[in-house]
Design a protein around this ligand. Structure first.
Ligand SMILES: *Cc1c(COP(=O)(O)O)cnc(C)c1O
Length: 414
């Protein structure tokens, strides 16, 4: 008789007692009532009071003077680069492990992304690889605070400052995260966040730039509002600065309201995620060959979009992480592989060599080696203590039955 549920053994989590995973996106009646009021008010867009309130609160939380709310977390990156004057002939350094938007934003402004490798422990951009990629053409650097870690802002900013290159933090995964006492996104020239449906704060779509530089704040605002300055009525429009080609990247007050409500609970939510991430780390630390993505060195609290396991001990040689996920799913809770991967290998990434380049060599070996060994749970799974305890039990069981895992995998490959 097999032990693993995937081979007919008894499940860790009985089928009729599913583990708690927070329903996502979060919804509540009080917010629905407020949305109705906002709808009836007719103040839906164009720098409405609700958008301004959300911008002010989000900036305050993360420690900047200004915030510019817009359509999504891709336009925020594009506008950040455009406001910094990045354009054709320039290069922008981005890490290999990220969503495509980070790299494509450089291309949208006519520049070329330069993709550099990641740190094997935090999975964020490796500062040394970043420094090695700098050339006279480098006009911006975009570190990404990925999954459940924070890029080493201290090291990255020291190198960037030495070379006089501005940093744009991609905080799409990191709402509410702090580094060395101040919010992420407040350390670079601009911080960019996404509120797409899956993110830690979610309004279907949405994004925000934060900065304390008044000139950048103004430019980013012009860029997203087709050239109107903040507070300018339609009839009083003036030309945007020479060369600043603006867009309509506005979001609506409805999204701002949903996010403002979520922001009120953000601190407690991040604390809960952190507590459960530490518990899960502790409960799985004696599993041989398994390690956890390390939180940022000076991150406190560390924000979480997801929590990642890395199965790169030799015990797992020949065992696909998909097999591990299938076995965990059969026990009662799946741990899917992330969607990001090495950005240049994503099926939708279609820049050609010449349109982008690698920092050094012709790939990013650390990212290519580690990504296929990772599995992660999304933040919604981090909300419940019992779910952590059961997940650890599942992992202990699955990783102590590696022969059965191999047997199952072989049967699948026939
Ligand atoms: C989601 C995401 C973005 C882009 O956000 P959208 O709102 O989907 O455009 C940018 N960077 C990273 C790392 C992301 O995960």
């Amino acid at each position: 008789m097999a032990n693993l549920a995937i081979l007919g053994g008894t499940r860790v989590v009985p089928e009729n007692q599913p583990l708690y995973v927070r329903p996502w996106p979060p919804r509540d009646e009080a917010t629905a009532e407020k949305l109705k009021e906002l709808y009836m008010s007719g103040q839906w867009s164009f720098n409405s009071p609700m958008e301004q309130e959300f911008e002010n609160e989000f900036a305050k939380y993360h420690g900047t003077k200004y915030a510019i709310f817009m359509a999504n977390g891709t336009t925020t990156l594009e506008c950040s680069l455009a406001a910094l004057g990045v354009g054709p002939g320039d290069e922008v350094i981005v890490p290999a492990l990220t969503w495509m938007a980070t790299a494509l934003s450089a291309f949208y402004v006519g520049a070329n992304p330069v993709i550099v490798d990641i740190d094997p422990k935090t999975l964020c951009m490796d500062p040394a690889a970043m420094e090695a990629a700098i050339t006279p053409r480098t006009k911006a650097i975009i570190p990404v605070h990925v999954y459940g870690s924070t890029a080493d802002l201290e090291k990255i900013l020291a190198i960037a400052d030495k070379h006089g290159i501005p940093v744009v933090e991609d905080c799409a995964h990191m709402q509410g995260g702090f580094w060395n006492g101040r919010g992420v996104g407040s350390w670079g020239k601009v911080g960019s966040f996404s509120f797409q449906q899956s993110k830690t704060m979610a309004s279907g779509e949405g994004g925000i730039c934060i900065t304390s530089d008044p000139e950048l704040a103004e430019k980013i605002y012009l860029l997203k509002h087709i050239g109107y300055s903040r507070g300018v009525k339609q009839g009083q429009a003036r030309h945007a600065p020479e060369g600043l080609i603006c867009h309509n990247y506005r979001a609506t007050a409805f999204q701002a309201l949903i996010l403002l409500e979520q922001l009120k609970g953000l601190h407690d939510l991040i604390e809960t995620y952190g507590k459960h991430a530490r518990l899960l780390t502790d409960l799985t630390k004696d599993i041989p060959g398994l390690r956890i993505q390390e939180p940022g060195r000076l991150a406190n609290p560390q924000g979480y979009y997801s929590f990642h396991f890395i199965f790169d001990g030799e015990q797992y040689n020949g065992i696909d992480v998909k097999t591990i996920n299938a076995a965990c799913t059969a026990e009662g809770l799946g741990i899917p592989n992330g969607t990001h991967g090495p950005v240049y290998k994503h099926p939708l990434f279609n820049l050609k060599p010449g349109q982008f380049r690698f920092g050094t060599g012709n790939n990013c070996p650390v990212c290519e080696k580690i990504f296929p060994r990772t599995l992660g749970i999304s933040h919604q799974v981090l909300t419940d203590e019992n779910t952590m305890i059961k997940l650890a039990e599942i992992l202990h069981k699955v990783t102590s039955n590696l022969d059965e895992l191999r047997q199952y995998q072989a049967s699948q490959n026939k």
